[in-house]
Design a protein around this ligand. Structure first.
Ligand code: UDP
Ligand code: MG
Length: 247
């Protein structure tokens, strides 16, 4: 017998989050069990040097709905997200951080939009990050929107829900996790922004410094802008003989 189809895959990039994981999983389980959905949680351990992988393995032993996808070495948040997308089996996919900054209680609200939208991306209306980071994000969002001619208020928010089929053709490069909503819109998918709660990081450290992030994100932005300019846009008007040659 084939396993019953899954409704939802949670993809959680995880790099050195040993203090957060034991709090995250019970909170997630409580929220997800209440939805009645059949789900799996794919923790993508991105080469953690702490006990993160061990902890996730223990979760799996107690509840097989938890999966551990462990990358050989630290490869970056986009790589971890990409690996999770490819491993996901659910009809819907939700991405979130492992550090408790995203609130699992927002998941049902994100999912509720997927009947009419292909993706729902979080917008942290009240951010709980140091002011330097908030200021940098504010500028980055404005520059990003101006250069990509998009309207995403909070492209740094990786708390998102997708219909899995729209991820299939997505080609990601390092740093591109910030541009997933823009890339999806470029492919013609419908993306909505949904206000989400945001909490301060209580344990562990942010993996990004403000200046380093600003530099590499700006380079990425120029690439995405280029991609947008050079996107192939055409419609086939006629295909004489095409059907015959397929048969
Ligand atoms: N992360 C990862 N690989 C990395 C850097 C970060 O998997 O190389 C994970 C990290 O564990 C967290 C998420 O990506 O779950 C976002 O990272 P972080 O919270 O440090 O970013 P911030 O909230 O400061 O933007
Ligand atoms: Mg964080």
């Amino acid at each position: 017998m084939t396993a019953p189809a899954l409704d939802l895959s949670l993809v959680i990039p995880t790099f050195n989050e040993e203090e957060n994981l034991p709090l995250l999983w019970p909170e997630l389980r409580q929220v997800l069990d209440a939805t009645g959905l059949r789900y799996e949680i794919v923790f993508v351990d991105d080469g953690s040097q702490d006990r993160s992988a061990e902890i996730i393995r223990e979760f799996h032993a107690r509840d097989p709905r938890v999966r551990l996808l462990r990358l050989k070495a630290n490869s970056g948040e986009t790589a971890a997200t990409d690996a999770g997308f490819k491993a996901a089996r659910g009809r819907y996919v939700v991405t979130m951080d492992a550090d408790l900054q995203n609130d699992p209680h927002d998941i049902p609200a994100l999912l509720a939009h997927l009947d009419r939208w292909d993706a729902a991306t979080g917008w942290r209306v009240r951010r709980h990050d140091p002011w330097t980071k908030r200021a940098a994000s504010h500028i980055a969002n404005r520059v990003r929107n101006a250069l990509t001619q998009d309207e995403i208020r909070d492209s740094g928010c990786t708390f998102r829900a997708f219909r899995r089929e729209c991820l299939r053709g997505l080609v990601l490069y390092r740093g591109f996790h910030r541009f997933i909503p823009t890339l999806l819109r470029m492919h013609g998918y419908r993306v909505i922004e949904v206000p989400v709660n945001h909490r301060p990081r209580r344990f562990g450290r942010s993996k990004y410094g403000v200046w380093k992030r600003a530099g590499s994100a700006f380079k990425d932005l120029l690439v995405v802008r280029w991609m947008r300019d050079r996107q192939l846009r055409y419609q086939v008007a006629e295909d004489v003989g095409g059907r015959l040659s397929e048969e």
